[in-house]
Structures are given as C-alpha cells and as structure tokens.
Ligand binder design. Structure first.
Ligand code: SF4
Ligand code: SF4
Length: 85
C-alpha cells in the first residue's frame, strides 16, 4: 500500500519527493501536498517517513518487512498494531 499524506500536517517542503528512491511522487512539485503518482513502485523503505519533518506520512507496511527490517522509529507511523514486535 502506498504512503498516505496527512493534508493538515504537510507543509509542502518536497523532502519526501526528493528522498524517495522509486520516484513514487514523480511529477509533484514542492508547492503542493505530494500524492503518490506511482503507488505500485513503493517498496516500503520508509525513507519518506523518516525524513518528513512533520510526521505527515503514514504507511501500511507488509508484515514480513515489519518483522525483519523496519527501524523502531518508524513503527509509530505505521497503520497496524505492532505490539508483536
Ligand atoms: S516508503 Fe520508500 S519507496 Fe515508498 S514512497 Fe516512501 S520513500 Fe518512496
Ligand atoms: S516531507 Fe512531509 S511535510 Fe514535506 S512534503 Fe512530504 S509529507 Fe509534506
């Protein structure tokens, strides 16, 4: 599932556009709230979540990635119960 941006929290700084290694926000500019124009390209690396200065991004991270690879600081911004970790 692609990232979901909170319109109320986002200050369109463009950091998530710049850091995304897969160009999920391709075509978006720094003057608008980003939207995932290529949502299927998201591989849940969490770079956008970590670098967002407003904690405006939420992401459903597939279970195998959460268990094996997800940094602990990202977990509060995921949409699922991580109490098993
Ligand atoms: S999680 Fe990674 S691949 Fe997905 S939108 Fe964010 S930076 Fe791009
Ligand atoms: S990094 Fe966060 S605040 Fe900046 S444009 Fe992306 S979602 Fe908005």
């Amino acid at each position: 599932m692609p990232p979901v941006i909170d319109n109320e929290r986002c200050i369109p700084c463009g950091i998530c556009i710049d850091v995304c290694p897969e160009d999920v926000f391709f075509g978006c500019t720094k003057k608008e709230v980003p939207r995932p124009t290529y949502p299927r390209e998201c591989w849940h690396c969490a770079a956008c979540i970590i670098d967002c200065p407003r904690q405006a991004i939420k992401l459903y991270i597939p279970l195998p990635m959460r268990v094996y690879t997800m940094p602990k600081e990202v977990i509060p911004y995921t949409k699922v119960d991580n109490s098993i970790l």
